[in-house]
Every structure is written in structure tokens, then in C-alpha cells.
Design a protein around this ligand. Structure first.
Ligand SMILES: C[S@@+](CC[C@H](N)C(=O)[O-])C[C@H]1O[C@@H](n2cnc3c(N)ncnc32)[C@H](O)[C@@H]1O
Length: 313
């Protein structure tokens, strides 16, 4: 039996919900774009009126089924959607909701996915799949077995921030001529054979390789950029955007987006003048909010989390 604890321990949940709900608004129609184990949605339900609404989305059907059961007693308030937050606009069209009063995203994977689903963890030997949405898309093994060298280099450089990705890619393309990549341990064994580095460096390196493949397989950064841009039209004045991210690539996208959309001036053709523009956002977390030492002690997976929030103006 999966409990709330072992499905996923929510990270920065009280902070996320505090920033998400603008209490000066008359009613709330909030979207939780990353339902996972339902921790955020549960807290949102506890902090809103019975007439308010929550749209809870997850790509992963297992997460959706688990949370639907957990939140059975709140089913009047919640609309559960098995979909991609990158398609938020279409999802809202389909359920006939014009505007939200807030959107929260708690990016990455749930503990359940990391531990039980195929390909995400290099600690266990499973199929090298990595798709959170099993209905479509290319798997991690298909990428390793079929992409050209320059395409693979781009993935490892851009999404894993791996230096000298050329050496890694050469090892992969040499290996796949002899045996195709099918399982997570095919990568682990390649790194052990090729690099012969100490255990700590090996784990750091594998984490970067797995991160890069996961981002590519699930279009993670593309979906994040899309939903942030769309949210400017989908959230009403006074509504909030809250994002919790777990690595620098995601955090940079959120930080730059908030900064750009809150600026009062933009570069113009004339290098000596900037053009005045109406900002669309007000940043409400001057610096990223991080978990307390107590939270990190209870839940070490929270250590890299950063929360940023902004309000539509
Ligand atoms: C860190 S967990 C969220 C945990 C959740 N806040 C809780 O309290 O249990 C991230 C979840 O987001 C989902 N996810 C990641 N990218 C997604 C996307 N583009 N669209 C929808 N769900 C996504 C994952 O499947 C996973 O269940």
C-alpha cells in the first residue's frame, strides 16, 4: 500500500500555497499543474472556500489515480486532468474555464516515479524509458540508439551541463555498434568501464546524464517556457504564478521570465534609449525561497528546491 509519505513528500508546500492564494481576490480558480502525490492540491483545498475550484493536472496516470483516491473527499472542488501542463490553454478550453486566479508548478518527478517507474533512477536496473506520459514520445533508449553524435552532444551539453560531452558521446556511439542501450545499467556500466572515477564523481556524472535524457524525453524545459508564456493570458489580474524548481536550468528560465515580464523598460533600436513598456508581472519573492534546514533534514530530496512567485498586474 502506497502511503502519502512513500508516494511523495511535498516540498515547500506551505510556502507554495501561501504565495499562490491572493486572499484579496473574491474567489479562487487555481491550477496545480503537477499534482504528483496530491500534497499541494490537498493543502490548496484546505485553504480555500467550498465554492472555489482546483484544476489538478499530471502527465503521469499513476499519480492521477493515486491522488484521485487520496482526495476523494474533495472531489466536488477538484477537476482532475491527465495531461501536460504545457497544454494548459487547451485543457482550460476543454473544461470551459476562461481565467485562473493562480498556477502552481512543482517541477520534476515524484519519489514514486523515481523509485518505481522505468528508467528514471540509475540505482536500479529497469527499462531505459523515462517517459512520464507513456502514451507518446520517444524513449531514452531510442535517443541513445538512434540520435546522431552532434544531437547527443547538444542534449548532454544543454540539458546536463556536461563538459567534454564529445568524449561521452563517442563512448555511447562506439558501444551501440556492439550492443544497443536497453536498460539503465547499460549506461551505468558504460560509465564505470569508460571513466573509472571514484564513487562520488560517478554518481554526480550519472545524475547529470540521467537529468539530460529526462529533460529531452519529456520536453521539460520547452513545456515550462510554454506554460509561463501562456499563463500571462490565462491568469487574471492579481492572480499568482508560483514555481518550485530543482535544478539551475529550470530556475534560470523562471527567473529570467519573471525579470523580463516585470521590467518597465525594454531595449530599443537606439542604444542610448530604452522604451517604456507596461510590465505584466510583479515579482513577490525578491530572492528564491529555499527549504529550511529542518525540512531538508526530514526530506533530503528538498535540498535543491527553489521557489519563485509573481503576481499578474
Ligand atoms: C515533484 S512532483 C509534484 C509533487 C506534488 N507537488 C505533491 O505535493 O505531491 C512532480 C509531478 O509533476 C508531473 N509532471 C512533470 N512534468 C509535467 C508536465 N509537463 N505536465 C504535467 N505533469 C507533469 C510529474 O509526473 C510528477 O508527478
Amino acid at each position: 500500500m502506497k502511503t502519502e509519505e512513500n508516494f511523495h513528500i511535498p516540498v515547500l508546500s506551505h510556502e507554495a500555497v501561501k504565495y499562490l492564494i491572493n486572499e484579496s481576490l473574491e474567489y479562487q480558480i487555481l491550477a496545480d499543474g503537477t499534482l504528483g502525490g496530491g500534497g499541494y492540491t490537498k493543502l490548496i483545498c484546505e485553504n480555500t472556500k467550498p465554492t472555489d475550484k482546483v484544476i489538478s493536472i499530471d502527465k503521469d496516470l499513476n499519480a492521477l489515480l493515486y491522488s484521485e483516491k487520496l482526495l476523494e473527499n474533495q472531489k466536488e472542488k477538484i477537476i482532475f486532468v491527465n495531461g501536460n501542463f504545457g497544454d494548459l490553454k487547451d485543457i482550460l478550453d476543454e473544461i470551459k474555464i476562461e481565467k485562473l486566479t493562480g498556477l502552481v508548478l512543482d517541477l520534476g518527478l515524484s519519489s514514486y516515479q523515481l523509485e518505481a517507474e522505468s528508467g528514471f533512477s540509475f540505482m536500479k536496473d529497469t527499462d531505459l524509458d523515462m517517459r512520464a506520459y507513456k502514451k507518446d514520445g520517444i524513449t531514452a533508449s531510442e535517443i541513445l540508439n538512434s540520435y546522431k553524435r552532434d544531437e547527443l552532444e547538444e542534449i548532454f551539453e544543454n540539458y546536463g551541463e556536461i563538459g567534454n560531452a564529445g568524449r561521452l558521446v563517442k563512448a555511447i556511439t562506439d558501444k551501440r555498434k556492439i550492443k544497443k542501450f536497453n536498460s539503465t545499467f547499460d549506461i551505468v556500466n558504460l560509465i564505470k568501464e569508460e571513466y573509472k572515477i571514484n564513487k562520488k564523481n560517478e554518481i554526480d556524472f550519472l545524475a547529470k546524464i540521467f537529468q539530460a535524457l529526462r529533460i529531452k524525453v519529456n520536453n521539460e524545459l520547452i513545456n515550462l517556457e510554454k506554460v509561463l508564456n501562456d499563463s500571462l493570458d490565462l491568469i487574471e489580474e492579481g492572480g499568482r504564478i508560483v514555481v518550485v524548481s530543482y535544478h539551475s536550468l529550470e530556475d534560470r528560465i523562471v527567473k529570467n521570465f519573471f525579470r523580463k515580464e516585470s521590467e518597465k523598460y525594454k531595449e530599443s533600436d537606439n542604444p542610448f534609449y530604452k522604451t517604456e513598456v507596461e510590465p505584466k508581472l510583479k515579482i513577490i519573492t525578491k530572492k528564491a525561497v529555499k527549504p529550511s534546514p529542518e525540512e531538508i533534514k526530514i526530506n533530503p530530496r528538498s535540498r535543491s528546491a527553489k521557489l519563485r512567485a509573481a503576481e499578474i498586474i
